[in-house]
Design a binder for this molecule. Sequence first.
Ligand code: PHE
Length: 342
Amino acid sequence: MKHVIQSIRATFESELHLCKQANDLEALRVRYLGKKGLVQEQLKSLRDVPEAEKPLVGKLINELKKEIEERLDAAISACSHLQLQDKMAKEALDVTLPGRRSNVGSKHPVTQMLDEITDIFVSMGFSVALGPEIESEYYNFDVLNISPDHPARDMQDTFYVAPGMVLRTHTSNSQGRVMENANPPIRIICPGRVFRNETIDASHHVFFHQVEGLYVDENVSMQDLLSTLSEFVRRLFKKDVEVRLRSSYFPFVEPGVELDMSCLLCEGKGCATCKHTGWIEVLGAGMVHPQVLRNVGLDPEKYTGYAWGLGVERMVALRSGIRDIRLFAENDMRFLSQFYAV
Ligand code: PHE
């Protein structure tokens, strides 16, 4: 009997050494100390031990039981300690590591430019009037003196979306809407998106942005147009640039002009950017055509007005030296992040 107890002790020891984790130890506990375990078996077989030896053998079995319990307890607590250490090592946080920065959004360069242009004109007393992007042919063309057979309808390749409806080809669509509903003095700008059915390349896109301007009152003159727009250009480009008017044609203004400014890069001396002319084309403008005033019920004998339309992408391109306007529509963060406003 003693030998049996000895050998159980020895096997237990060697099995204990093989245990790697808490599960193994638990299995070992059940096998030795469980109800049907080895120790219990020994206690049962005590019945067959001669009466005289019973106390001693009983004592030995109890000692074995106690020893196994102690050994297992120690092993279990060592194991859970190890497991804890292991877990802590795996989940360790290096609090000295720099944190990850989150990306802060910023306005698109075209939106920034729209805001800036709006601010300048609002400070001069203009208010903002928005027009629809899906527009009737009437407001996009007819009211502006562009009859259906007018060659200007071909000049601006138009997206027709339904009979009589177009995607506005210019922000001039706001002119008729505003003049129909207000009495002079009328002083508005209309910033917004316009659409043209063009082949996309470095200087053309199917959509871009314009800021329309309209001032109608008694005695509005070409001189007013020139002084307002030259002040605008100087404020926007933060430079004392020269401006000039060049005669041009738009059906809804008479006379029609194009406003140029002295080249920002060469200051008028001539370079590749200004095609060696010293001048850069900025916007189209003119005095509101008497027929347009009549179309909206205003008396051209009493009122005169000026209007302009400028391209917003073009302003950003001029100011930041961008040669490909497709970049504005591509959402490439490498491009856009260069315009993050501080
Ligand atoms: N609507 C014209 C264009 O898109 C620009 C313009 C506006 C010209 C107002 C004169 C007056 O080209």
